[in-house]
Write a protein that binds this ligand. Structure first.
Ligand SMILES: C[S@@+](CC[C@H](N)C(=O)[O-])C[C@H]1O[C@@H](n2cnc3c(N)ncnc32)[C@H](O)[C@@H]1O
Length: 352
């Protein structure tokens, strides 16, 4: 029934997501092809057996996808006076009459072209929801444990219908976790690490891996956004950077500032955490991160890899392979281009 994977990404990163899906699908034994337009903010991936392919590519393992859905219908040339009837008819013909979704999300890709559709998506959602409830397609109250129906507007008369599987998709509309900048945060970069902790770790890991009194290092720390996030998680932090840190952070008494080179300094005794946001060649960062884990200078790490302008998927794979090979440890590694990441990805590594 579903005929394609539908994944959202940062606009401009469609070639990376298409390459990732093609590579991973071929590797898993499901050759197919990707279809996308530059700057559209989404990629469709077609293969014969989407049900098996989606199991082979769990959302948590994808790097350039913000959202992963199973597309099952494309409707073009919709009449603006009645878009509901053809949608309900399409549900009937493709899913039968027994399927009940837990939620309805009416969305549009996060692209310049599709953003003006936000108002239409909201209004249409308000009209479609009661119709689906009446027809038994939607539970009477939102139930996030059940699969979601996504109605994705590509234009006023063009929509995709897709299933968001509970537990195998992002639990945020458009795949974007909404975070607000805290007034005390020393920099906007703080949002990146906050998002990384929220997206790359599950609830149990957050509880287990961040405890009051733990110790961490922040390489490339100035002005201190990431150190501030670690401090708020209860850690004592060594912040390494030649640049100045926010005064308030130093006054907290939980942050020590070292004016050292982040590629040479290492702690005398093992730390719980190391985070790194140094702007440098990604291979050089990946090698240094591997050294930290191999030498046991930290147990867990979150770091950024700034991507080059070209061949970004190839570079991503190369850097992650290099990191895992050189760390010489059995690690759980998760990587994602976060909403707050621009030309970069964020990586979380922890012992298995
Ligand atoms: C993107 S900024 C970090 C922002 C920081 N994460 C925050 O949240 O405020 C990159 C920092 O890396 C530092 N940096 C670059 N190379 C470095 C090195 N070799 N050693 C230490 N710091 C370095 C720069 O001085 C700069 O402050």
């Amino acid at each position: 029934m579903p005929d394609a994977l539908l994944c959202y990404c940062r606009a401009g990163f469609e070639p990376e997501l298409a390459a990732e899906l093609s590579d991973r699908a071929a590797h898993a034994g499901f050759p197919g092809y990707a279809r996308t337009d530059r700057n559209s903010g989404y990629v469709e991936f077609f293969a014969d057996d989407i049900a098996s392919l989606t199991r082979a590519l769990p959302f948590g393992s994808l790097i350039f996808a913000r959202q992963k859905l199973r597309r099952f219908v494309e409707l073009k040339g919709l009449d603006p006076k009645d878009r509901i009837t053809p949608i309900v008819r399409a549900l009937e013909t493709t899913l039968g009459n027994t399927y009940t979704f837990g939620e309805l999300w009416v969305e549009h890709p996060d692209s310049d072209e599709a953003k003006p559709l936000a108002g239409l998506a909201r209004a249409f959602g308000n009209a479609l929801r009661p119709a689906l409830r009446k027809g038994g397609w939607l539970t009477q109250f939102d139930d996030s444990r059940k699969n979601r129906l996504h109605v994705v507007f590509l234009a006023g008369d063009h929509v995709l219908l897709a299933i968001g599987e509970a537990g195998d998709s992002a639990p945020w509309p458009l795949g974007i976790p909404r975070l607000r900048m805290h007034a005390d945060a020393p920099s906007r970069s703080a949002l990146k690490l906050e998002e990384a902790v929220m997206v790359l770790l599950n609830e149990k890991e957050r509880e287990r891996l961040f405890r009051e009194g733990m110790r961490g290092a922040d390489l490339g720390a100035a002005p201190g956004g990431w150190s501030w996030v670690l401090m708020r998680q209860g850690l004592r932090v060594i912040s390494v950077d030649n640049g100045p840190l926010q005064e308030k952070l130093l006054e907290s008494g939980r942050v020590e500032h070292l004016r050292e080179d982040g590629f040479h300094w290492h702690p005398r005794s093992p730390l719980d955490w190391m985070v790194c946001d140094m702007v440098e060649q990604p291979r050089r960062v990946a090698e240094r991160m591997a050294t930290w884990l191999r030498e046991g200078w930290c147990r867990h790490a979150i770091f950024n890899l700034k991507l080059p302008m070209k061949k970004r998927w190839d570079e991503t794979r190369l850097c992650l392979d290099l990191f895992e090979r050189q760390a010489h440890k059995s690690l759980l590694v998760r990587a994602r281009q976060l909403y707050h990441d621009r030309e970069e990805i964020t990586v979380f590594a922890t012992p298995r």
